[in-house]
Ligand binder design. Structure first.
Ligand code: C2E
Ligand code: MG
Ligand code: MG
Length: 622
């Protein structure tokens, strides 16, 4: 009997079914649909074999033709069912929730109408040696339906390939290709019954490429991986109303923990979490876990349970830090969950509870991120200049370059609204480069120098020094724009990080040798201290606006400022007072012995051309 290929396919699927059954399962829709298609494929193969046996028996031994026809019909109905299940599985990724419902309704209707037709229409069979098949209107109907499903899957995959994971596209095409080749071979060589084997083979391709669970299992702990969490959350966001979850991070209490101790802690924690219950547990970072629950009550109870254990989650000296998400609906989806985790990962609190307020903050940061990205892309980063008055010379000899973002609607965004975010997410590097290039471009015109400007002060965040060869970057620009290095003054603020301080000093040294000068910004705020001020090879110290204005409000500040002026001068440095807004403040600063004045009293920060006009008019009236 011509059933060898089918039996091979059947054995292959049976072996894989055992593997699938034994593995750790992640309960996602994709997987459920795949399993259904897999099992239908097995049953279909069984009925393929059964139908051939029945036809053989009916033709040679007078077995009941009615039962034979029924078995043949059952086989072709299963073939169509398999097409239907595969169709749903293939479309799941592409169609978003409401569209998926439409796709389901459509395919289900086609399925029921087709099946009813197959049941109603006549079928017959034929056998001659190894040549065996069923034929008639019912069989024709089944082939037409299978062709409909296959071609829609093909067109769907082709049209949506850009929004599907590449791997999925390849797997789906290989699977359909295998099936089509088999159908053609069987059409030409009618005694080579390849289609069922090809279906089984296709299932194995899908399993190994798309549904292989080992890709989602962490080898060290046996828990699910971060990728699996992404998949799982995507699924739950798509299909569940709400759920709760928390992340737990192990914090080692000893400052340096050896690798095998850390390993031990991770493995023990994994066991601790596994003992909590049946919910899926994910290891989403070296020392971080996530557990997802159906209800917030259970999630919080389990979180407290783990927290209540004297030593956190393991029996080595660690404690656990939690981020608790009581209601998944607060967040828009998986991406936002990961943004949130990433952002609050280092929070000092033991438990961070995800609230609407905190999520809003994340969204604002994301908006700012996008604002900076589009501004960089569309060249909407502009630099304003605030003139700085030199008291000794009685004229403006420098200016501070201050960045602004010009929004698409023409409004301006001030740096305090985006610099802190850019410093945190690293955009400051590209932003700083753009500002520096603009300042160089401005200086390269020679206009400011002709109007008496000796140098421009450019703000540099310390993070910009944690970047490959910052001194080299400055040098390259100075060379490219053919500038005198003395026309550049870099304003820096304090860093708490020793490693960064070392880098900063190293680069400062190189730049000073080149002829670039430095100012220490924000003096008198929380961002400066004496130690810093003593060790920094700066030419200028900039008194922050709060400090300058404090002079008029607080006698103690007045004393400190008086003392500072003589200390700074003894150290051969100059002082810039920022935030001078009135004539009275200006006079007081002059009396105090300040060297440079910057503030609204003279001018706000203004665009480059306005700044040049300002200098011209001041020279004319002098
Ligand atoms: P900063 O470097 O201390 O700059 C001085 C700030 O004080 C500027 O605010 C300036 O407009 C403001 N200011 C000056 N005089 C007065 C005054 O008389 N009254 C008042 N109310 N304000 C005055 P701005 O331009 O909003 O910049 C804020 C901060 O953003 C800067 O403080 C600086 O730390 C940062 N920043 C600006 N541009 C850049 C840049 O290109 N790179 C980096 N890393 N930071 C920048
Ligand atoms: Mg500054
Ligand atoms: Mg300042």
């Amino acid at each position: 009997m011509n059933i060898e290929l089918q039996l091979c396919g059947l054995v292959m699927l049976a072996v894989f079914l055992v593997f699938i059954e034994r593995e750790k399962k992640l309960n996602v829709k994709n997987r459920a649909l795949f399993l259904r298609a897999f099992i239908v494929c097995i049953v279909c193969l069984v009925f393929d074999v059964l139908s051939i046996i029945c036809i053989h028996e009916a033709v040679y031994d007078g077995f009941s033709p009615l039962i034979t026809r029924m078995v043949c019909k059952a086989y072709i109905i299963l073939l169509v069912t398999q097409g239907y299940c595969s169709f749903l599985y293939a479309c799941l990724d592409i169609a978003i929730r409401h569209r998926y419902r439409i796709v389901r309704i459509f395919s289900l209707t086609v399925y029921f109408v087709g099946t009813a037709l197959i049941i109603a229409l006549p079928i017959d069979y034929y056998m001659d040696g190894r040549l065996v098949y069923s034929y008639g209107p019912a069989t024709l109907c089944a082939y037409v339906m299978a062709a409909i499903y296959i071609s829609i899957i093909f067109v769907f995959t082709l049209r949506n390939r850009s929004i599907m994971p590449h791997r999925r596209v390849i797997a789906l095409f290989t699977w359909q290709g295998t099936w089509l080749v088999a159908a053609m071979v069987q059409f030409i060589f009618k005694d080579v019954l390849l289609i069922s084997f090809a279906s089984a083979f296709g299932m194995i391709i899908l399993y190994s490429q798309l549904e292989n669970p080992n890709e989602h299992i962490d080898r060290m702990t046996g828990l699910f991986t971060q990728n699996a969490l992404s998949l799982y959350l995507n699924d739950r966001y798509k299909y569940s109303d709400s759920f709760a979850f928390y992340t737990a991070r192990i914090k080692y209490l000893a400052p340096f923990t050896e690798l095998d101790i850390r390993r031990n802690a991770v493995i023990r924690s994994a066991r601790g979490f596994l003992a909590l219950g049946k919910e899926p547990i994910f290891r989403i970072g070296d020392d971080m876990f996530c557990i997802v629950y159906d209800s917030s009550e259970r999630a919080y109870k389990k979180l407290l349970e783990i927290k209540a254990r004297a030593d956190g989650v393991t029996d080595i000296p660690v404690e656990a830090k939690f981020i608790y998400f009581p209601d998944s609906r607060i967040l828009s989806g998986t991406d936002e969950v990961f943004d949130f985790i990433h952002h609050y990962d280092d929070s000092p609190e033991d438990i961070v509870v995800c609230s609407e307020d905190l999520v809003q903050k994340i969204r604002n940061r994301k908006d700012i991120y996008n604002l900076i990205e589009t501004a960089l892309r569309d060249d909407r980063i502009t630099v304003h200049y605030q003139p700085i008055y030199n008291i000794a010379e009685g004229r403006f000899t420098s200016a501070e370059a201050l960045v602004r973002i010009l929004k698409e609607d023409g409004t301006m965004v001030h740096p305090c609204d985006f610099i802190p975010v850019a410093e945190e997410n690293g955009q400051i590097i590209r932003l700083g480069i753009r500002v520096f290039e603009k300042v160089c471009e401005f200086l390269a015109t020679g206009e400011p120098q002709r109007l008496g400007i000796d140098y421009i002060e450019v703000n540099v965040s310390v993070a910009q020094f944690d970047h490959e060869n910052p001194a080299g970057f400055v040098r390259n620009n100075i060379d490219a724009y053919k500038l005198d290095p003395g026309t550049i003054n870099l304003e820096i603020t304090e860093t708490a990080d020793n490693e960064l301080l070392h880098l900063l000093l190293l680069n400062m040294e190189k730049l000073i040798k080149m002829g670039v000068s430095f100012s220490l910004d924000d003096f008198g705020t929380g961002r400066s201290n004496l130690d810093y001020f003593v060790n920094m090879p700066a030419d200028n110290i900039k008194f922050d606006m709060t400090f300058t204005q404090g002079y008029f409000k607080n006698d103690r500040i007045k004393h400190v400022m008086k003392g500072m002026v003589s200390i700074v001068h003894d150290m051969k440095m100059k002082i810039v007072a920022e935030g001078v807004e009135t004539k009275a403040q200006y006079d007081a600063m002059v009396k105090l012995g300040i060297d440079y004045i910057q503030g609204y009293y003279f001018s706000k920060p203004i665009p480059a051309q306005e700044f040049l006009d300002f200098l011209k008019s001041r020279r004319a009236s002098a």
